[in-house]
Design a protein around this ligand. Structure first.
Ligand SMILES: [Zn+2]
Length: 56
């Protein structure tokens, strides 16, 4: 099951999107992006809340 996180869903004016079937990887990439690009620490649970399934 492919899942995605869109940075815009976190309220940023940003087109960063991660898409993978590995939730750990997804959360890690998003947290890394938020910290680097938005200087914002995102908790793992907050990142997980942004994960949505990509309709097949
Ligand atoms: Zn972003």
């Amino acid at each position: 099951m492919v899942k995605t996180v869109a940075c815009a869903d976190a309220g940023h004016d940003c087109d960063f999107v991660v898409q993978t079937d590995n939730v750990d990887e997804l959360v890690h990439h998003y947290m890394d992006h938020a910290e680097r690009q938005h200087d914002r620490e995102v908790s793992r649970s907050d990142a997980e809340d942004l994960v949505t399934e990509v309709p097949t």
